[in-house]
Design a protein around this ligand. Structure first.
Ligand code: ZN
Length: 162
């Protein structure tokens, strides 16, 4: 009777097909992650707004995936969205992928790590310029490495010293 509702709230089975470079069994992820990380990354949970210390973190550094360690966001794309979740205007190139999420009777764009498939949060189109995007992330899915910088890759190459 209430099956339809519960089915939707519980989330349909998430598209299984895709293989990620980092793939652990459910048991493996449970061992690797804290319960809060597991709930967000592997079960598409959402932490309560304002509970992550990373929401108010504005130091320089790189935000990595708490599941597999891939660099996801640099501190210079972080901004205060006032939502209570760490928010970014742009990810590191190729670090995240998106899919349509129709749970909770809304259509949102889900964001996950391109390397392990871990759920990170959602992206909305009400962010600051120049991207106009707001990556609304769960702090539990992120691992902040203070002081770290992304390697600079220049297309125009004239200053490359390698
Ligand atoms: Zn990952």
């Amino acid at each position: 009777m209430a099956e339809g509702l519960l089915g939707r709230l519980g989330g349909k089975k998430h598209a299984p097909a895709k293989e990620f470079a980092v793939a652990l069994s459910e048991e493996g992820w449970r061992r690797k992650l804290s319960p809060a990380q597991y709930r967000v990354l592997r079960e598409h949970g959402t932490e309560r707004a304002g509970t992550s210390p990373l929401d108010k973190e504005y130091g320089e550094g790189i935000y990595h995936c708490a599941g597999c360690g891939q660099p996801l966001f640099a501190s210079d794309s972080k901004f205060n969205s006032g939502t209570g979740w760490p928010s970014f205007s742009a990810p590191v190139e190729h670090a995240v992928e998106t899919e349509t999420d129709r749970s909770f009777f809304m259509t949102r764009t889900e964001v996950h790590c391109s390397r392990c498939g871990g759920h990170l949060g959602h992206v909305f189109d009400d962010g600051p310029q120049p991207t106009g995007l707001r990556y609304c992330m769960n702090g539990a899915a992120l691992d902040f490495q203070r002081g770290e910088k992304l390697p600079v890759v220049r297309e125009d190459d004239s200053s490359r010293t390698i």
